[in-house]
Design a binder for this molecule. Structure first.
Ligand code: ADP
Ligand code: ADP
Ligand code: ZN
Length: 241
């Protein structure tokens, strides 16, 4: 795994074993699983920085399209407003395209994708083509009451989309992003009726992925109901297995 010294030695090509040097594709490919509000975005951004890989969040990509009023943005809005999933075909092509950008060449932390079995299979297919696989799929576990508490107090940066929480993770200066200085807003779909529908969507369409990755031996369960730093430590040690 990533935690063992030999891994980095092998990808740098310093290992003497020829077999290790023939690893076709270097990189870290992490799928963060968990319901809306579990802390995927928060953790994905920390992990991406820590391991110097890309943070790819499908929800952020859709919100960018929405902000730019692209055709895809208009289409996605109808689903997002109701807490439904955007159809697989457009979601898969949007995310797989994003994964070809140069910042993702040494790997990525996926946040919010895959959310269906079709998406998971499409990701596996794309990875196999480049000689790689999903390395680990950590599942961040948080109680339903805490999910609702987190979503109802969430504020998002208009500039860089970093998440804050009015109680557990407030910005240094009210209403302003610590990282880029832009203003914060509350997402329309974090209002209570849509939250319920998103949690139902997760149960019916996304939770089957737990078994999918478990069968591949890639699932690691992480207690998400702790301080952000403790969850990060749990994730980093899971990635190093
Ligand atoms: P997701 O991407 O899974 O929907 P976020 O990372 O956006 O989740 O987190 C949801 C909300 O919960 C945000 O307001 C965030 O600041 C807050 N949050 C994230 N992790 C924790 C934590 N460990 N403890 C308390 N609040 C958290
Ligand atoms: P959260 O993690 O808080 O649930 P996201 O920002 O990941 O929210 O997603 C917001 C919305 O964007 C989802 O409710 C859904 O409508 C759409 N969406 C995001 N990712 C996907 C995906 N992989 N497949 C289909 N729809 C998605
Ligand atoms: Zn910001």
């Amino acid at each position: 795994g990533f935690g063992c010294p030999g891994y980095y030695a092998s990808i740098r090509g310093t290992a003497s074993d020829e077999k290790l040097r023939r690893v076709p594709k270097i990189g870290m490919h992490i799928v963060l699983l968990g319901p809306p509000g579990a802390g995927k975005g928060t953790q994905a951004s920390i992990l991406a920085e820590h391991f110097d890989v890309a943070h790819v969040a499908s929800g952020d990509l859709f919100r960018k399209h929405l902000g730019e009023s692209t055709e895809l943005g208009q289409l996605a809005k109808g689903y997002m407003d109701k807490g439904d999933l955007v159809p697989d075909d457009v979601t898969i092509s949007m995310v797989l395209d994003r994964l070809t950008y140069s910042d993702a060449s040494s790997g990525y932390v996926l946040d919010g994708f895959p959310r269906t079995l079709n998406q998971a299979k499409a990701l596996d297919g794309a990875l196999i083509e480049s000689g790689a696989t999903v390395d680990v799929a950590p599942l961040i576990i948080v109680s339903p009451e805490e999910l609702v508490r987190r979503l109802s107090g969430r504020w998002i940066c208009k500039g860089c989309q970093s998440p804050y929480h009015e109680v557990s993770a407030p910005p240094n200066q009210a209403g302003t992003c610590d990282l880029c200085g832009a203003g914060l807003y509350q997402r329309d779909d974090d209002k209570s009726d849509v939250v319920r529908s998103r949690l139902d969507t997760y149960e019916s369409q996304t939770s089957p992925l737990i078994e999918y990755y478990e069968n591949q031996g890639k699932l690691v369960k992480i207690d998400g109901q702790r301080d952000v730093d403790d969850v990060t430590q749990g994730l980093i040690s899971a990635l190093g297995r």
